[in-house]
Design a protein around this ligand. Structure first.
Ligand SMILES: NC(=O)c1ccc[n+]([C@@H]2O[C@H](COP(=O)([O-])OP(=O)(O)OC[C@H]3O[C@@H](n4cnc5c(N)ncnc54)[C@H](OP(=O)(O)O)[C@@H]3O)[C@@H](O)[C@H]2O)c1
Length: 325
């Protein structure tokens, strides 16, 4: 018998239980992976609280990790037992020693990337890839605003933006987080716990403001983000760390400068194996060249997933957090 984390009701971190678990044999198109490291992501908390609905209860948690192929379905090609793999778009259940998922969600890992690095960077790095390169293709010389810049996604965005020659203004909630974002390549930081973000963005951009704002904080920053955009700028609202944005009167977009808003998700951008692989290739290329480094701020035992989620939700973490089975 192996172990996994599951929840049978929505609620706080205490609903996460560490239980005995025996996964089903892989179906024809599936693979069983022995996880060596698992990624912790804010989205995991949305499923736990019920902000996002899991397919059913009890539910597994998590969708990112890295490990070795242990068993293959009869129709799987291109993979063999013992292959080192990673994934970021699997079905809920990655918080587990053993994890069965569709083979086309797996990416083979280069030897240069450890299991821990992969678990820390796959979901967050692929997210930064599509946000900076696809949702809005940032150009060298542009100045952009990125909220929660010292988080897991945020620190990768700071580095990736710098590699592209983009000036990233990062918001953070403490001086320590500001220093970390700067060390990772943020061009400027704003402590939104006490600074006026609108005024600082105007000042930093010489009054021009930004062509794009990346906002994963949600409810608390929605209007601030709109006010930091140039006319016809794009707000990329990609998360709800402070709660979801609801009840929007669309005329606000006209009033604030004929703005655009998109609410993207990784699963759409990585919807085919070819797209997923292309995004991963770009991510691995930046890791190999040293332009991107993985900042693992916290490691927890898989059994302590509740403590890990509690730290993430209470803004105590920086960079990526991984769970070790
Ligand atoms: N749409 C997608 O495809 C996609 C994919 C991946 C992640 N995301 C989103 O990206 C965001 C970052 O994910 P992550 O896993 O890397 O998490 P994270 O950034 O490491 O943690 C969230 C950060 O949000 C900030 N925050 C602001 N208000 C908060 C509040 N009321 N409660 C908690 N945190 C608050 C905190 O930083 P400060 O203390 O500096 O404010 C906190 O550290 C999340 O919103 C996630 O849902 C979206």
């Amino acid at each position: 018998m192996t172990k996994r984390i599951q929840f049978t009701a929505h609620g706080g971190p205490e609903v996460l239980q560490y239980v005995d678990y025996q996964p089903a044999e892989p179906g024809p198109q599936e693979v069983r992976v022995r996880n060596r490291a698992i990624g912790l992501n804010f989205i995991d908390t949305y499923y736990r609280t019920g902000v996002y609905k899991p397919p059913g209860l009890p539910s597994g948690a998590g969708s990112e990790g890295a490990g070795e192929v242990e068993a293959l379905g009869s129709a799987v090609t291109g993979l063999k037992v013992g292959d080192r793999v990673a994934y970021a778009t699997g079905p809920l259940g990655a918080y587990s020693e053993l994890y069965v998922l569709p083979a086309d969600k797996l990416i083979k890992l280069p030897d240069s990337i450890s299991f821990e690095q992969a678990a820390a960077v796959m979901l967050k790095g692929l997210t930064v890839q599509y946000l900076l390169r696809q949702t809005y293709a940032v150009q060298a010389g542009e100045t952009i605003l990125w909220h929660a810049a010292a988080g897991g996604v945020g620190l990768l965005a700071c580095q990736w933006a710098k590699a592209l020659g983009v000036q990233l203004i990062g918001t953070v909630s403490s001086a320590e987080k500001a220093a970390l974002a700067s060390a990772n390549g943020a061009w400027a930081t704003i402590d939104y716990s006490h600074e006026d973000v609108r005024a600082r963005v105007r000042e930093l951009t010489g009054g021009k403001k930004c062509p794009v704002v990346y906002d994963s904080v949600g409810k608390d920053t929605w209007e601030i983000s709109l006010d930091c955009l140039k006319p016809r700028g794009l707000l990329v609202s990609f998360g709800n760390a402070s709660g979801p944005v609801t009840g929007v009167d669309l005329s606000i977009l006209a009033q604030k400068g004929s703005l655009y808003v998109t609410r993207p998700g990784l699963f759409t951008y990585a919807s085919s194996q070819a797209r997923l692989q292309a995004m991963a290739d770009e991510l691995f290329g930046l890791l190999a060249s040293g332009q991107l480094k993985v900042e693992i701020g916290q490691r927890y035992a898989l059994a302590d997933a509740a403590a890990a989620q509690s730290a993430l939700e209470s803004r105590q973490t920086t960079g990526s957090t991984i769970l070790l089975p």
